[in-house]
Ligand binder design. Structure first.
Ligand code: ARG
Length: 463
């Protein structure tokens, strides 16, 4: 994946993006990792016994009352009935009280066997409540289950519609965390539910393979790469990269203690290293590509263990080439502005109750948010999705609100639906997990896989 990132083709403006009035150069969609399954479900919701009974009831009532206003619904849970008809909406047409209408209809139903699955029809203060007869109804359901087996309940309501699920999304040069595990399994569950409802599903693993932290890692590799045994021997390289990461953090802390004012030398060097990456410096790219390959091998082992699959694994780096056109379009549409220091920011309306979002630093460096905005435009063009779902920990709730609002402003509210499916954070007794501080439980730490090590961990639900 990373190898491809600088071979992105010319890109073209799509019809969808021009409909949304955003002029962005989107790279061509790469081949999926395995064929995207098209919906083959033919069953409609009304083909199932339950809905069938409801529809038939609806038709009978419409005939009896000669009115389209009759509407049969599922009965409320605390009512001893299966379906109900609220007779209020019929009162003016039939010129009778709802109570009277319910009473009259109940009598008709009980005198005639309109539908064998219906056992009783009872009037209850303006409602007509229907009770199913368990025997004929359950016979029908059992037959259906026997006929469709695992596909029982599948229906075609999503036909022709695509759902993009952004899930798992671990970070290169680090281990997968419990949060990434949760994102993987929740994402997979959603994918199965949508598929069962006839949607075409695209799972995209938005790998964290770009950002200032890779500048820090690259600089650390230059300084101390030779001292790390795992990097020298090439065995357990991700562990080696992780050690570099922690060492860099410790050294920055030391420099900061010695000189608390401003940026530390190492941070400045890390930033310069990241600039090299953003400019496509081949040596810097090679280091990142190497780290990506090491990490992907490691992640794949875990995905195999979980039987998790993704149609795409386009990391953040895949969108870097798009960024100049993204920044230009955002500014043209007056979604962003420059602040006093020269950073590009989104200042939201007061009623949005959101703090400002920085999309480009004053030194021109891109950010996590920049790449998410680019990915939104690309996914919109590639898949024209009904919805894009982000399965990401609850600590990013505010961030996604900012990104989604920015996207809405950018596309004049005409873009696909977007949704953040958050989940509770897991924190340690010492506080929130932090890879930088080396305070983290990785997926394969002892006890973490077995029941997510809940004896050691605390669940901290933030939503
Ligand atoms: N890599 C990020 C993290 O570990 C998650 C990315 C989620 N997806 C996204 N499109 N931002 O926190």
């Amino acid at each position: 994946m990373a190898e491809k990132m600088h071979q992105i083709g010319k890109g073209q403006k799509s019809e969808i993006l021009s409909r949304l009035n955003i002029a962005v150069e989107v790279p061509p969609l790469p081949e999926p990792l395995f064929p995207i399954e098209k919906n083959k479900i033919v069953k409609k919701p009304q083909d199932y016994a339950w809905n069938h009974a409801k529809t038939e009831l609806q038709e009978i009532v419409a005939k009896l009352t000669a009115s389209e206003a009759a509407y049969v619904t599922e009965a409320r849970v605390n009512i001893p009935a299966d379906f109900a008809l609220a007779c209020y909406s019929l009162a003016s047409t039939l010129k009778k009280s709802p109570q009277q209408i319910a009473q009259d209809l109940a009598e008709k139903f009980n005198e005639n066997n309109y539908l064998p699955e219906i056992k009783t029809a009872k009037a209850d203060s303006g409602y007509l409540n229907f009770e199913l007869d368990p025997k004929p109804f359950s016979d029908k359901v059992i037959n259906e289950i026997e006929d469709s087996g695992d596909n029982y309940g599948n229906q075609n309501i999503g036909e022709g519609k695509t759902i993009v699920i952004d899930c798992s999304s671990p970070n290169i040069a680090k281990f997968m965390s419990v949060g990434h595990l949760r994102s993987t399994v929740i994402g997979e569950s959603l994918a199965r539910l949508y598929k069962a409802n006839g949607y075409t599903v695209v799972r995209d693993n938005h790998l964290g393979d770009w950002g200032t932290q890779f500048g820090m890692l690259g600089r650390a590799h230059e300084l101390w790469g030779d001292e790390i045994p795992e990097l020298k021997t090439g065995k357990d390289t991700v562990q080696g990269l992780y050690k570099l990461y922690v060492k860099m953090h410790d050294e920055v802390e030391k420099q900061k203690e010695a000189n608390p004012e401003g940026e530390s030398t190492l941070e400045r060097e890390g930033r310069a290293w990241f600039r090299r990456l953003e400019e496509g410096d081949p040596k810097a790219m090679e280091m990142l590509n190497w780290s990506t390959r090491q990490s992907l091998g490691e992640f794949q082992r875990i995905y195999d263990l979980l039987d998790a699959r993704f149609e795409y694994m386009l990391g953040e780096s895949y969108y870097v080439k798009m960024l100049p056109s993204v920044f230009k379009s955002l500014s043209e549409k007056k979604v962003t502005e420059k602040d006093e220091e020269g950073a590009v920011v989104v200042n939201f309306k007061e009623s949005d109750k959101l703090s400002r979002l920085v999309v480009q630093k004053s030194d021109g460096a891109s950010l996590y948010a920049s790449r998410d905005l680019a990915a939104l435009a690309a996914r919109t063009k590639w898949f024209d999705p009904e919805k894009i779902i982000y399965v990401v920990g609850g600590d990013q709730t505010e961030y996604f609100k900012q990104v989604f609002k920015t996207f809405e402003n950018w596309t004049d509210g005409k873009g696909p639906k977007v949704e953040h499916v958050g989940f509770g954070m897991i924190s340690l007794p010492e506080g929130k997990m932090s890879t930088r501080r080396g305070r983290v439980v990785f997926l394969e730490d002892e006890g973490a896989l077995a029941g997510v090590g809940l004896s050691k961990l605390e669940c901290d639900f933030e939503w």
